[in-house]
Ligand binder design. Sequence first.
Ligand SMILES: Nc1ncnc2c1ncn2[C@@H]1O[C@H](COP(=O)(O)OP(=O)(O)O)[C@@H](O)[C@H]1O
Ligand SMILES: [Mg+2]
Length: 298
Amino acid sequence: MRKTIMSIELEGLKPFKKGKVRDVFESGDKLLFVASDRISAFDVVMPNGIPDKGKVLTQISIFWFEFTKDIIKNHLIASDIDEIVGYDEKIGAYKDILEKRSMLVEKSQPLPVECVVRGYLAGSGWREYQEKQSICGIELPPGLKESDKLPEPIFTPSTKAETGHDESITKDETIDLIGDKLFGFVSSKSIEIYKKADDFARSKGIIIADTKFEFGKKADEIILIDEVLTPDSSRFWPLNEYKAGRPQRSYDKQFTRDYLDSLDWDKVSPGPVLPDEIVNKTREKYLSILSLITGKTL
Ligand SMILES: Nc1ncnc2c1ncn2[C@@H]1O[C@H](COP(=O)(O)OP(=O)(O)O)[C@@H](O)[C@H]1O
Ligand SMILES: [Mg+2]
């Protein structure tokens, strides 16, 4: 039987934050960042999870932290479980649960915006374009179709809603939140990371349609935090099936979302239990993205 890790409790470690997917603990002045197997769809955490999903998310993030470290410093300190235990021996008792799904990271003060980059027109960006021919106040050419590639990747930040859906905000609204200097910094870093990652992913048969980064303040520095370019924070499309003018099959939660759409569920918590078939297919998808991007298996 495969084990699904829905919640992580570690005696002796103080919980720092419980997100939709991650359970974060204090470890001295650092954080132990653990990805559970929880899955959320339409911002609702489902009652059952996807075995190994947390491991896949963590391993993909680690790959991208390494890949982007010449562009910007990030919060990753250690990901090898023995190395983590070397920093904090209390963690040693939980090696089995934590292995591959954990990172020891620098504690930072997250900036209050989600740094979204879009290279293609999809999801809420596509909806906003249809209404206004712009996204976050950025004018776009007329006549673009769903899933079209944008002339240039654009930075379309959104608020970090504590509960519910994030809302996209304009450049001026973002500057009100973080100031113009930080706006310039995170927008250019986000686009630079996106371009480099998209080039690489393309060589592996994947289009990164859009993605979301988070940055945090650590002393006087701004570093890349959270998860990076995972199927949870990005839209990945198979390159060989790409065709503008329609929605694309996405690599990850598609089965989950399609299944939920087929039910008479109002998308309000609690969500329905996912049947085994959906769980297994979704798991296969997560594993295949891991190996496509990193060349590795769990
Ligand atoms: N280095 C860091 N320091 C402090 N907080 C962080 C750091 N990296 C990520 N976080 C925060 O930890 C949380 C990660 O948990 P997650 O399950 O992804 O939450 P969410 O439901 O908000 O997406 C997020 O709120 C994120 O802002
Ligand atoms: Mg998150």
